[in-house]
Design a protein around this ligand. Structure first.
Ligand SMILES: Nc1ccn([C@@H]2O[C@H](COP(=O)(O)OP(=O)(O)OP(=O)(O)O)[C@@H](O)[C@H]2O)c(=O)n1
Ligand SMILES: C[C@](O)(CO)[C@H](O)COP(=O)(O)O
Length: 248
């Protein structure tokens, strides 16, 4: 349990140990550049932009911890924020758990943020932290969906897939990161649920598995995940728009 007499201290864990298979050939995704700067550097800066975040733990590919340290050292970061780099694992959830293991004792609130969401605005980060400070155990930023979603019976590749249900779209949300947690809740979820996540594709899903409450706060269009090649085009366009706006 957190000590209520002590001010809360917030850290962000950034899983960045993925390969970026869906992005296609090239450097590991976190090290691919946007406007000349590695995606991971954008993501670390996005977390450090929040005055509440005093520590960022970057989880690097196990065979390239030194390389990631070098990349981070080559780029200016906020003086307020300490950055640690640790080795990741085979799955996103395992990488997050290894990041959690590196947190000092005095951290009460933990954000988990994909390196692959480099452009999340600081207001979204602060909104998540505020909701945890207000007492939520697990908080996810999310947006309503633009597409209708169908549940299907997966079929052999190339075969049509039968639709089994159409969930009511108004009740669905597309979930982003950073996801924010009371530290004890997240650590418990990561120690009880298996390292493969047991099918959970985000940390909040692991808390849900334990029956823990998760709440949604507003996400942001610019917090999209860079997953496929077209996402790189969108990310460059967002950065160009930011530069143009800064010029005025
Ligand atoms: N073993 C892994 C796998 C993923 N991640 C991280 O989890 C985040 C979300 O994963 P995703 O977008 O799927 O990234 P990749 O796994 O790199 O992409 P792909 O699935 O296309 O290979 C990314 O920041 C990624 O680096 C990680 O730290 N460790
Ligand atoms: C955590 C996440 O970004 C929330 O939308 C998403 O689940 C990550 O999925 P991925 O397949 O690991 O990119």
């Amino acid at each position: 349990m957190s000590d209520q007499t002590r001010p809360s201290r917030t850290a962000a864990v950034i899983p960045a140990a993925g390969k970026g298979v869906r992005l296609g050939p090239g450097a590991p995704k976190a090290l691919r550049t946007l406007s000349g700067t590695p995606m991971l550097v954008h993501a670390v800066r996005a977390m450090a932009a929040s005055r509440a975040v005093s520590l960022v733990v970057v989880v690097a590919p196990p065979d390239d911890v030194a390389g990631v340290k070098n990349v981070l050292a080559e780029h200016a970061m906020s003086d307020r924020t300490e950055v640690l780099v640790v080795a990741g694992g085979d799955t996103r959830q395992e990488s997050v758990r290894l990041g959690l293991d590196a947190l000092p004792e005095d951290i009460d609130i933990v954000l988990v943020h994909d390196a692959a969401r480099p452009l999340v605005p600081v207001d979204t980060v602060d909104g998540v932290i505020e909701a945890v400070r207000d007492g939520a155990q697990a908080v996810v930023p999310a947006l309503p969906l633009a597409d209708t979603v169908k549940e299907v019976e997966p079929a052999e590749k190339g075969e049509p897939e039968p639709v089994v249900a159409t969930p009511e779209r108004a009740r669905l949300r597309a979930v982003q990161t950073p996801q924010g947690f009371d530290r004890d809740t997240l650590v418990r979820a990561h120690h009880i649920v298996r390292p493969d996540g047991e099918g959970a594709t985000d940390c909040a899903g692991m808390v849900e598995r334990l029956g823990g409450p998760v709440v949604v706060v507003p996400g942001h269009e610019e917090a999209f995940k860079v997953t496929r090649p077209l996402d790189l085009v969108l990310a460059e366009a967002v950065l160009a728009r930011r530069r143009a706006n800064d010029g005025f």
